[in-house]
Design a protein around this ligand. Sequence first.
Ligand SMILES: Cc1cc2nc3c(=O)[nH]c(=O)nc-3n(C[C@H](O)[C@H](O)[C@H](O)COP(=O)(O)OP(=O)(O)OC[C@H]3O[C@@H](n4cnc5c(N)ncnc54)[C@H](O)[C@@H]3O)c2cc1C
Length: 380
Amino acid sequence: MKINVIGGGPSGLYFAYLARKRLGDVEVNVFERNAPDATFGFGVVLADAGLLRLEAADAESFRRIQRITKHLSNQDIVLNGQAVTIHGPDYGGAVERLELLRVLQGLCAEAGVTVIHNADITDPATVEDADLVVGADGANSTLRERYAGAFGTEKGLLSNAFAWYGARMTHDRPTLSFRDAPGGAFVAHYYPYTSTMCTVVMECDRGAWQGCGFDAMNDDQRMAFSQQLFAQDLKGQPLVSNKSEWRNFVPIRNANWTHGHRVLIGDALRRAHFSIGSGTRIAMEDAIALIDALALQQGDVARALPQYVTTRRDTDRLTEAARQSYMWYEDMARHMAAARSPRDFAFGYLTRTSRVDADRVASLYPRFMADYRAEQAGAA
Ligand SMILES: Cc1cc2nc3c(=O)[nH]c(=O)nc-3n(C[C@H](O)[C@H](O)[C@H](O)COP(=O)(O)OP(=O)(O)OC[C@H]3O[C@@H](n4cnc5c(N)ncnc54)[C@H](O)[C@@H]3O)c2cc1C
């Protein structure tokens, strides 16, 4: 059996490694357009439930990912400088994206996967001579675009804009800092992924984009503006750019996940908004689901692909949560204005998706909920 994978990001590499490990005598090739040490972004959160699924799927890769994970607990939600701490169970951890890719590249090499770097697949037909072609080539997937009609691809465009930065600062917990700004609102999502580095995702709504003059600025000026607005959060440190561009998030969904012997996984299939910090985990879980189906059907692609689609559609609860989450962010200025206190705002934030209601907040974060209820009773 021969499998060609387009894209050597987390989903493509993890799938390729698992394929060699679980499917036996199979040729697996990964075509990645970048060099081995190139990547976008900085660190990514891998929340605890996701880590457990990785452990169940493959103990060795889990162990190696654990070694590079910075574990996080508690979370701060800050409204115009006033912080509310959400004490809770371990938040999972964060890993440097480049380190995660290195671990997965190492596992692939040991397992006998052929990873071809600097291979930009502009025409998928060049790699379709295989029993299975896996589109793991991210949000701008060439495979998906080539067969957009057959996949039934639909794209949206959010009105909030964002840019992915880093910052050299020591900080011990994931933080969301919301700030009023001329015309609208900004939020900085930041969390540590090593002892000295934080990921910082800056986001602003359409009102702030216009009110702060972002449409007339270039990305350097936007970075300088955001840095100044969040100077207190950044502890005076400058933002670090990795070709960081301001853009609008494009949600993607595909009515059909497969087309013939081609299948989409990860961001190529659908993008989970960064506000739920789970895109990498969802992408890696897709890889697990696809491998499980192939293993169960003993490599019979025609039987395995429908099985992958059915089981994965059933188990993926996060994609809808991601949609609800970005809808909340699109309206963040109104939520900020309507909040009676920073704690009330934090409660609204925690319950922004249908996955978490007041009872779930109480079970996950009893200390926060007790304080919130006391505050509500005092106000009544
Ligand atoms: C601002 C921001 C913050 C995020 N934060 C988090 C977070 O905290 N936690 C989390 O879990 N997720 C986060 N994500 C999401 C996460 O980055 C993605 O969901 C994840 O990377 C998806 O993995 P993937 O392998 O499917 O795609 P990608 O990581 O995009 O990998 C695709 C790979 O394919 C390659 N490729 C593309 N086209 C071609 C081609 N034509 N030929 C060959 N190779 C090609 C690319 O170079 C890339 O290496 C964030 C995303 C953003 C934008």
